[in-house]
Ligand binder design. Structure first.
Ligand code: NAD
Length: 291
């Protein structure tokens, strides 16, 4: 495994395993499989409702806590100093751990300045080893980074071959902030897995399209957290450290950048409303029987 050094000296694996949309029931099995495959970094979130599954798998794995890197994210419904503070303790309990390696603000909505202050306090108290943000476009990122004491260690944003985030990465660099990709396989959108350019390059190296897409990001120094519930794909996505892309192949992939999201942009009112209501619609706590 290769690591990146965050702006506070903490070492983070450049490749981890993400559990977005993994059901609470399946999460423990998936994370156990991922740990057995060799992953040591796990990315979850309060809004995935599967932190307990991650905690159970980690607990049962017998792997020393210091050898693991756990990320979770504070959801919008927990925004604001007081609620965020309580939610950090809830996440710690669900993850069955004394500290979170990386704690992120999931979305730049609600009182996220209050959230960040609670995270800074948790950092000072040793409950968290690094703090950062997710889905902060450059304008919101700069505003936050200019107004806080502890500069964000990470910004986790949509990044893949079709949306390479070149400008965002340059801005993050100015603050020593690490770019972490979500959706490194574009969630299969835009016919990612059958893309002609990627398929041709993959053949040359005896690798898969997924491996080429991940390797391209890693060679740009970007942290990736691909997700699969299938063991063989978990192993495949981890097996990207035994080859390097040639300059010509990197150039060909660079030219695939459309520099726009494949999802709903985070600065669209529709996205803001979706995020603000997400918990009500998805949290099992709010579901009525039979719904
Ligand atoms: P991804 O780009 O990792 O794509 C995952 C999908 O690709 C899988 O569901 C599977 O269908 C397919 N796949 C995976 N490996 C494959 C392989 N080797 N061959 C063929 N198909 C394969 O998408 P993602 O899950 O959205 O992103 C990864 C992680 O990023 C998430 O699990 C989550 O932890 C994080 N994430 C964060 C945010 C955020 O708002 N911060 C948003 C989305 C995802």
């Amino acid at each position: 495994m290769e690591y990146v050094k965050l702006n506070n000296g903490v070492m983070m694996p450049i490749l981890g395993y993400g559990v977005y949309l993994v059901t609470p029931q399946e999460c423990e099995r998936c994370v156990s499989d991922a740990l057995a495959a060799g992953y040591r970094s796990i990315d979850t979130a309060q809004a995935y409702y599967n932190e307990e599954g991650v905690g159970n798998a980690v607990h049962k794995s017998g792997i020393a806590r210091k050898d693991l890197f756990l990320t979770t994210k504070i959801w919008v419904s927990n925004a604001g100093y007081e609620r965020a503070k309580v939610s950090i303790d809830e996440s710690l309990a669900k993850l069955q751990t004394d500290y979170i390696d990386l704690l992120l603000i999931h979305q730049p909505f609600g009182d996220y300045y209050g959230t960040y202050r609670a995270m800074e306090d948790a950092y000072r108290e040793g409950k968290v080893r690094a703090i950062g943000v997710s889905n902060f476009y450059p304008d919101r990122f700069v505003d936050l980074a200019e107004n806080v004491t502890i500069k964000p260690a990470v910004n986790q944003i949509e990044t893949h071959v079709f949306n390479q985030q070149v400008q965002a990465q340059d801005i993050l660099r100015e603050y020593g902030t690490q770019l972490e990709s979500w959706g490194p396989l574009a969630e299969g959108k835009n016919d990612f897995f059958t893309n002609g350019t990627l398929t041709d390059i993959a053949k040359k190296y005896g690798k898969s399209v997924a491996q080429i897409g991940l390797r391209f990001l890693i060679e740009r120094g970007i942290v990736v957290i691909p997700k699969s519930v299938r063991k063989e794909r978990m192993a495949e996505n981890l097996n990207v450290f035994d080859f390097s892309l040639s300059d010509d192949d990197k150039q060909a992939i660079t030219e695939m950048d459309e520099a726009k999201t494949l999802f709903i942009p985070h600065n669209e009112p529709e996205m803001v409303r979706l995020a603000l209501n997400y918990d009500k619609n998805h949290n099992p706590k709010y579901r009525t029987t039979g719904a």
